[in-house]
Design a protein around this ligand. Structure first.
Ligand code: SME
Length: 163
């Protein structure tokens, strides 16, 4: 049985440990829902100051909420709408220090103050987004962005037939 141990050391070291734990958790498993569910739980409990961690998946038309940890969230988000829809449409990571200043931000949990959304593409096709919310303004810096993009990359790799 997988056991997550507390992250230690510098932030870079902690993200290296988180990535290792994420890979171990998904090892040998290709099911998208299973890996997204476990990854959400892993990250939610491993990192401080988060109130929502989870996935939205693209159903061919819009984003639909997938496995997550946190309060119940909006179910469907159109491409181009909010932070998630912007990440999905542009293919660019959205790191938002102040969600109230982001045009069109969709408030799901009123506690959220900052947000990081990593778009997920596999072979050029939109899979969805990996979304993290924090009750702390400017919770995510460049190092968080890199670390969490690597975790999202590991999720995408887990979906590949060779994984
Ligand atoms: N705030 C997001 C919506 C999703 S929730 O944060 C879980 C957005 O603006 O896209």
């Amino acid at each position: 049985m997988f056991e997550a141990s507390a992250l230690t050391g510098s932030k870079a070291e902690q993200y290296a440990q988180l990535l290792e734990q994420a890979r171990a958790l998904m090892h040998g498993e290709r099911d998208r829902v299973a890996n997204a569910a476990n990854l959400s739980a892993l990250v939610y409990h491993a990192l401080p100051d988060l109130n929502w961690v989870g996935f939205y998946f693209f159903d061919g038309r819009e984003l639909v909420v997938g496995p997550f940890q946190g309060r119940p969230a909006c179910v469907r988000i159109a491409l181009g709408r909010g932070v998630c829809g912007t990440a999905a449409q542009t293919g660019r990571i959205q790191r938002v220090d102040d969600v109230d200043a982001f045009p069109g931000h969709i408030p799901c949990d009123s506690a959220s103050r900052s947000e990081l959304v990593v778009p997920l593409f596999l072979g050029g096709e939109l899979v969805g987004v990996f979304d993290l919310d924090s009750p702390r303004p400017a919770r995510f810096d460049e190092e968080d962005e890199r670390g969490l993009a690597a975790v999202a990359e590991a999720f995408l790799a887990s979906l590949e037939p060779s994984a």
